[in-house]
Design a binder for this molecule. Structure first.
Ligand SMILES: *Cc1c(COP(=O)(O)O)cnc(C)c1O
Length: 353
């Protein structure tokens, strides 16, 4: 399929790279492609960034049949543009599509068309330290229909926004709260997909955590409420003695690409790495007995997010005396250096535009 390109007549003014936040500024163009049962995916096009006009009965607005991805393009040392394991995102997009009864998108085509879009928008990829171009591929159900069934038509679109350094104020440990009152996802559900409803379902517990001064919620499993799952939009790691532990993918945890990268690097460094079920009691216990060394989250937005405090019921534990642990630091530096082309990563992790 050939991607048609229609350029915007007027380009927006570029923002100050040192003042960038997250998710508020969008580039001049977007990618759009439609699906119908008769045509399959058709009419791939790059066109001016614009509002979507939809019927109020559009299915995604009512039943949430939609999925998305999140990845970044980085300005490398030579001034070029590169992506970090982007094919993993399209693989995961199709996993999400599959579980939400959305037709799959050819991954090689999604990759090629993304490269074309970024190339049209290359001036939007910032170069100040820690900045990047955030990429949001999204698929939504577009039938104008109020019955509950899978839609027959879909829109796939990709929007881009230049984003600032996540740690503009320094690499500071965050405080997270374990919730006993709410669950994010259950086995057999859609917790392992990036579907919209998962995030809507997480807001209530998130607000409760914010009220108590915690930035994020750490979710426990939806059945027994004792096994650790993940944080809002991050996977979670524990360093207990010399072992790096992350919850095994249970079907209700989002399989993070950063998580996978931490595991791969940890193994390549000869660390003792375990993907297994771990309870909140084991973590508290490890802390009480002095074996818990570090806790950190992993995700595209922050790469690595050290956890300095964890609250579970009336128990509050503080980890690493407010400092960033050595492993969290090493993973952060290593992954970020690979993303920005300072060092070479494992084979196939970087895709230059
Ligand atoms: C996106 C996401 C992650 C992190 O995935 P990455 O591929 O590492 O960015 C973890 N948990 C949830 C719920 C997410 O939505």
């Amino acid at each position: 399929m050939e991607v048609t390109i229609k350029k915007a007549e007027q380009m927006k003014a570029k923002p100050d790279e040192n003042q960038l936040g997250f998710g508020t500024i969008f580039t001049d163009h977007m990618f759009n492609m439609d699906f119908s049962v008769e045509k399959g995916w058709y009419n791939p096009r790059i066109e001016p960034y614009a509002p979507l006009i939809m019927d109020p009965s559009t299915m995604v607005l009512h039943y949430g049949q939609g999925v998305f991805e999140g990845l970044k393009a980085y300005r490398n040392q030579k001034g070029g543009i590169q992506l970090f394991r982007p094919r993993e995102n399209f693989k995961r997009l199709n996993h999400s599509n599959h579980k939400l009864c959305i037709p799959e998108i050819d991954e090689a085509f999604a990759m090629d068309s993304l490269k074309q879009l970024i190339s049209v928008e290359q001036e939007w990829v910032p170069s100040a330290p820690g900045t990047s171009l955030y990429i949001r591929p999204t698929v939504i159900a577009t039938d104008p229909f109020l019955g509950v069934r899978a839609s027959h038509t879909y829109r796939y679109f990709v929007i881009l926004c230049p984003v600032g350094a996540y740690y503009a104020e320094g690499f500071n440990p965050v405080k997270i709260m374990v919730t006993k009152d709410h669950v994010r996802a259950v086995r057999g559900g859609v917790g392992d997909t990036k579907t919209m409803g998962n995030y809507a379902a997480s807001l209530y517990a998130g607000e409760a955590a914010h009220e108590e001064g915690y930035t994020q919620v750490l979710w426990l499993d939806g059945v027994e409420q004792k096994y650790i799952e993940e944080v809002g939009a991050m996977n979670i790691f524990f360093v207990i003695d010399d072992e790096l532990i992350t919850p095994a993918l249970s079907g209700s945890i989002l399989p993070g690409i950063t998580r996978d990268s931490v595991l791969a690097l940890g193994r390549s460094w000869g660390l003792k790495v375990s993907e297994k079920r771990i309870t909140i009691d084991e973590v508290i216990n490890a802390h009480t007995t002095g074996h818990l060394k570090e806790i950190f989250g992993s995700g595209t937005a922050a790469v690595i997010s050290p956890v300095g405090e964890l609250k579970y019921g009336d128990t509050v534990i503080s980890v690493g005396e407010g400092k960033v642990g050595p492993l969290a630091h090493k993973f952060f530096e290593t992954i970020q250096n690979i993303q920005y082309g300072v060092t070479e990563g494992p084979e196939g992790w970087i895709e230059v535009l």
